[in-house]
Design a protein around this ligand. Sequence first.
Ligand code: HAM
Length: 442
Amino acid sequence: MRDFYPSELREVQWIEGIVRDVADLYCYEEYDTPLLEPIEIFAAKSSDELVNEQSFIVEKKKGERLILRPEITPSLARMVASRLQEFKKPLRWFSIPTCYRYERPQRGRMRSFRQINFDILGENSLQAEIEMFNIIISILTCYGATSKQFQIFYNNRRFVDAICRVVLGIPEDKMPLLYKTIDKSEKMDDNEFKKYASESFQDAFTLQGIMKLKTSKNVEDLLNSFENLSEEFYKSEGYKEIKKLEDLIKINKISDYCSFSSSVVRGLDYYTGTVFEVFDTGSENIRALSGGGRYDDLLSLFSEEKLSGVGFGMGVLMLALFLKSYNLLPDYAGTKDYTDIIYIIPLTEDVSLYANEIAKIIREEDFPCIVDYKFKNLKNQLKKASDLGVLIVLILGSKEMEQKIITIKNMRTQEQTSVKYESIINEIYDLIDNYAGALPDE
Ligand code: HAM
């Protein structure tokens, strides 16, 4: 798990600030959920691996087991289900929770991580998938990324189902195992994968089909690799959906950002239709930046009524690594700008009361300010202010306090004057205006 030092947190906040701007543009409302949840809601819908191998479990006294949320989607379903009638559909919600997974820490994966989530619930049309793709594109292009640097790889579980059921004859109850197998395929070469897949699927024809699902980057190529596809296959929901999604991608002119990939099936159990993952196209960041998909039955644990949702999660850490790889994270993102901070130096402890009084009126005017309590060496204190990049310093000695005046120093020009206590705010505005006016145009 990780600490965030101020400059690291500032960077995270800069990254998340852009996400929040995009959430506003698409009208998504923020929600949050408890950190601890009953384990059952994840056990029923997420995945065995996530719950049994990758979660932190907290045991209550009576043996009741709680889970530190490894993701937020099942909690979202619980929240929505419990007030289903109240909400106008579709719901557009976003959240940036800290999640916890007991994974081996490695580049882009930690045991605690912030995860950006966008979900739309109650919109059955594939337009919702296109909205998700557009949100991802908006977020990444806002930082300056291009389609050469990232791709959204999509697939559809109903489409994979149809291939497996109609073409390869894989029984329904083996499908979760098949998804798990294909989901692991990205991390293995062909030989390793063949060996791994043959532990679960022994039939040669089925194995050959699974190998095709590992590698295809184009729907037509994948289908052409199977002989004599039946009418039944072409009539399947899965085939129709993937074709429709491809048409929508084309007419929405986002083809540059999106590619089909048969190996994207997702490791979580609740996805039922479209699934997608976002990858860096370069070689530096090999793990997914983001993943998501459509879930038709996630609310069924909490409600009789059906409500289909589609959404994605994007790790802030992965996003930061991606941005750094392409120089898209500006230096200022992690640095505090002290220019507009008023730095007050009381020369002795006796004048600290006067300094605090002035600090109060300055803060009431919404100017941030710091009072330096070192009372020792004016030269050192001025150096500290200068190192921070402060523009305005106020120097206060006993003379200033007695006469109710303030010495104001412009740290850029080194000019220094005494002004009346009542006029300090105007003086600060004047100084800042003059400074801003003298800056070169951007
Ligand atoms: P996920 O694929 O498990 O999906 O996670 C989504 C993203 O979260 C990953 O692509 C990665 O960027 C980030 N992530 C996952 N695990 C870690 C980790 N240990 N350390 C750092 N980052 C990590 C879900 O969680 C789904 N609930 C997403 C979703 C929302 N589906 C529908 N709505």
